[in-house]
Every structure is written in structure tokens, then in C-alpha cells.
Design a protein around this ligand. Structure first.
Ligand code: ARG
Length: 289
């Protein structure tokens, strides 16, 4: 599927600058939350003593799935495995580019088996699989903007994984250091609004980064949307965009307005139950490139 232009009728010239026509619709991998629950605590959002509602999680996830399909995205599914309640957060399953899948190697033992599970899927679906040596949590921490991979560290992915990315993909890799434990993956504090890149192509939460990383973000993205604390705290930045349509947490109201002002089309989805595991829209979405 080819999306003709990026929001042609409501973009200002400035916002339209990085647009290349003929963009292909995203192809993504998702995992139904059939076994979702919160049975351990590996981030500050998780409270294992509080009961979860798996059927609600499934209904909310289904809404995200339908939203993607409605936008023309190609959605692939990986089978959920019992005993891996966080497998729904597909973004952590690896990082793909140029038909190569760099596998995840999880920080915490509870998620360890997800690495091989996703790795097997990549291998069975035409990807060349590059087995990770370093601890890394895939697209949770690695985000492609234009031709540059922005790579998070500080909580989950090791610095050494950034070197691995460099040697596997032969792209520029820019390290960003996270400092707030609530925003433990890059995709909780940084959103790619236009995969083609450009000065206004991302949104981020400044307080989630150390000073050196902030300086990089300001230089590379002088016209970025700066998220409010309130929107970041509902994981509003944990969003997914095709360059025009941005699927976000429905509770991130300021973010939605800012997106509209800049010519994007926000689509709100309520993933409140999955937020209890510390994840949102982007966490449930792994891009297949
Ligand atoms: N409970 C999961 C963890 O802490 C949530 C992962 C969210 N995924 C993401 N891409 N941020 O690992």
C-alpha cells in the first residue's frame, strides 16, 4: 500500500518540508495479550499485588489492532506464549532494518525467553537473524529517524548494544541516556512523528534525558514537540506514526492538540489496562523493515 502524500490538505509548508511522496504503509508485528497480567515488578508502573483484567486488556489491544488496520497498516501477529505476560509489548522483541533482525536480550530474567520466541518468528518470516551479544530491548530503546538510529540506555539496553547496532546495520547510531525510572525505555519518552526525519520529526519529554542527550535532541530536532509531564505520565509519547496519522494514548490531550496544530492526525486509543504493565501504543508495536 502506498500513502500518496503526508496529510496533504492540512499541512503547512514548514511542516511538510521533510515529506517524500510514495511512502509505503508500515508493516508491524503485534502480539495478542492472551496471557497478560502483572505478576512481577520490573518497572515502577507495575503492581503485582493489584489484580489485572486480561479480557479488558484484550479488548483494548483489539481496538489498537483495528485502528492500524483502518489506517492501512499491514499487521502481522506472533503467537503469545503462556508464562510470558509481557510478550504483548512486541516493540521489545527486536529491531529490524534492511531485512535484518537484531534480536533482543532482556535485562530481566522474567522476560528472557521472549528473545528466542521473537527471534524464531523473525527467522521464519524471511529475516536474517543477528543474535544479540549485549543486553538490549529492541525497539523499546532503538528508534529509527531518517537514516539515524537513536538508541536509549540507562535502564535496559547496554551501551555495548549501540556498538552492535553500528556494526550490524552500518548506520549512524546516536546514544541517548535516560534518567527517570518511569521512562525506562526510549519509546516512553521519545516519539517518532515522521519516520523520514527532519527538524520537527519527533516529540520528547526533556526531563527524561541527561544534559548531554538533551543537547543532542535540541540540535537535531529544533522544532520538536516537547511533551507535558501529564501527557508523558499516561505514556502519551509511546505512540506510533506513519508520518501523518499518529496513534496515541487517548488521555494525552495536549499532545493530541499539538499534533493537530502541526498538521498531523492524532488517533486516540485507550490502553489503560496495558499501562499497568508499563506499556502503551508503541510498546505493542514492532516495525518490520
Ligand atoms: N512490563 C514491560 C517491561 O517492563 C513493559 C515494556 C514496555 N515496552 C516498551 N517498549 N516500552 O519490560
Amino acid at each position: 500500500t502506498v500513502i500518496e502524500e503526508r496529510c496533504p490538505e492540512n499541512l503547512t509548508d514548514a511542516a511538510a518540508a521533510p515529506t517524500a511522496s510514495g511512502r509505503t504503509a508500515p508493516r508491524v508485528l503485534m502480539c495478542r495479550p492472551e496471557h497478560f497480567t502483572v505478576s512481577y515488578r520490573i518497572n515502577p508502573w507495575m503492581y503485582p499485588q493489584q489484580p489485572t483484567d486480561t479480557s479488558l486488556a484484550l479488548r483494548q489491544w483489539q481496538e489498537l489492532y483495528r485502528t492500524y488496520q483502518g489506517l492501512g497498516f499491514q499487521v502481522e501477529l506472533i503467537d503469545p506464549e503462556p508464562g510470558l505476560p509481557d510478550m504483548v509489548y512486541a516493540a521489545n522483541g527486536g529491531f529490524t532494518l534492511d531485512g535484518v533482525a537484531y534480536t533482543a536480550k532482556f535485562r530481566h530474567a522474567e522476560r528472557g525467553p521472549e528473545g528466542p520466541a521473537y527471534g524464531a518468528w523473525f527467522g521464519a518470516h524471511g529475516f536474517q537473524v543477528a543474535e544479540a551479544v549485549s543486553v538490549n530491548e529492541g525497539e523499546g530503546d532503538f528508534m529509527l529517524v531518517g537514516d539515524t538510529i537513536f538508541a536509549g540506555t540507562g535502564f535496559r539496553s547496554d551501551d555495548a548494544s549501540h556498538d552492535e547496532l553500528r556494526s550490524i546495520f552500518d548506520r549512524e547510531v546516536v546514544t541517548l541516556r535516560l534518567v527517570d525510572p518511569r521512562f525506562y525505555h526510549l519509546d516512553t519518552a521519545f516519539a517518532v512523528l515522521d519516520p523520514a526525519g527532519g527538524p520537527a520529526s519527533v516529540a520528547y519529554l526533556p526531563s527524561a534525558f541527561d544534559e548531554a542527550s538533551l543537547a543532542i535532541l535540541r540540535t537535531r530536532f529544533p522544532d520538536a514537540i516537547l511533551a507535558t509531564q501529564a501527557d508523558a505520565e499516561v505514556l502519551g509519547l509511546n505512540s506510533f506514526s506513519d508520518g501523518c496519522n499518529v496513534v496515541i494514548a487517548s488521555r494525552a490531550e495536549t499532545f493530541a492538540r499539538d499534533l493537530t496544530d502541526r498538521g498531523f492526525r492524532p488517533h486516540g486509543v485507550d490502553l489503560s489496562e496495558l499501562l499497568r504493565g508499563g506499556g502503551g501504543v508503541k510498546c505493542c508495536t514492532l516495525v518490520l523493515r
